[in-house]
Design a protein around this ligand. Structure first.
Ligand SMILES: Nc1ncnc2c1ncn2[C@@H]1O[C@H](COP(=O)(O)OP(=O)(O)OP(=O)(O)O)[C@@H](O)[C@H]1O
Ligand SMILES: [Mg+2]
Length: 266
């Protein structure tokens, strides 16, 4: 016969086993949920990709025929008809831009390349070449510290700099924009900062501006669809980092993001 002590131990062991079983069960449930979430994200991404890709063709028809109507019949119907056609042309070209942006957003995930040792300074130079038009138009001064080698998808790093610096130049009411890019090492990560002397952002909008199609300015004041920062966020998250902004209205903004040093996993 078991002593009371041994039977107590038996109860404890049984309870512990039950505890482990329950924990294992909930761990397995969690893994299942994560997998489901991953799959539904992938499906959503796939859907956005297909939808935006396939919508382009019929939309091209609408856009080109409304443009043709506008060219051929402007001034030959009445002034209301001219207005209606102009609204249709404007609506179609805006929709084209939105669809292209949606496609660009979904491609961050579907067309992403392997993260490889990449010169962030070269990526910056490429982005400045792409922004040459805007830089010249506003006589912008863009300076930078020596920038490091990081683990990145080079095309996406160019895209990231291009969106942030493009915004830094665009969101300045008047005068010469000054933009500075720096990087500071923190353990195995580099913290980059893109600092401007533009309009600044009210802190209540710090999160919102990284959402899709979220803008703080009217289209008539500053052109854009509001996808640039959402793309930046998606790029940085794909690289395992985060992106944030610090700013005060009227005092410029600093966007910071982090990337792994190129030696981090070498
Ligand atoms: N450097 C900045 N200074 C002030 N406001 C900014 C700055 N960068 C972004 N914003 C604000 O955040 C909003 C979202 O920026 P985002 O780059 O996503 O879109 P966009 O510039 O409006 O359009 P897109 O980049 O798609 O052409 C902008 O509309 C603007 O109101
Ligand atoms: Mg932008």
């Amino acid at each position: 016969m078991l002593s009371p002590l041994a039977s107590n131990e038996g109860i404890l062991v049984t309870a512990a086993i039950r505890d482990i079983t329950v924990r294992k069960g909930s761990e397995a449930q969690l893994v299942k949920k994560v997998e489901e979430l991953k799959r539904s994200n992938e499906e959503l991404e796939h859907f956005a990709n297909i939808a935006s890709h396939d919508l382009q063709e019929p939309l091209r028809m609408v856009a080109s025929y409304t443009q043709l109507l506008s060219r051929r019949y402007k001034g030959r119907l009445d002034s209301d008809a001219d207005d209606y056609i102009a609204f249709a042309v404007d609506g179609a070209s805006r929709m084209q831009r939105l669809i292209q942006d949606l496609l660009a957003y979904s491609r961050v995930g579907t067309k992403g390349q392997e993260l490889l040792p990449t010169s962030s300074e070269d990526a910056l130079s490429q982005s400045l070449r792409n922004l040459r038009g805007a830089i010249e138009e506003r006589s912008a001064s863009v300076t930078h510290d020596p920038l490091p080698m990081v683990l990145a998808d080079e095309t996406q790093l160019v895209q990231l700099f291009q969106n942030l610096i493009g915004n830094a130049i665009k969101y300045k009411e008047s005068g010469q924009p000054h933009v500075h890019i720096s990087a500071v090492k923190n353990h195995t990560m580099w913290k980059f900062a893109v600092k401007d002397d533009g309009l600044g952002i009210d802190p209540q909008y710090f999160e919102r501006i990284f959402g899709m199609f979220q803008r703080l300015h009217k289209r008539e004041e500053y052109a854009g669809t509001g996808i640039g920062l959402a793309i930046c966020k998606k790029i940085i998250e794909r690289h395992g980092g985060t992106i944030t902004v610090q700013s005060k209205l009227g005092e410029g903004s600093t966007f910071t993001f982090n990337l792994s040093d190129s030696e981090a996993t070498a």
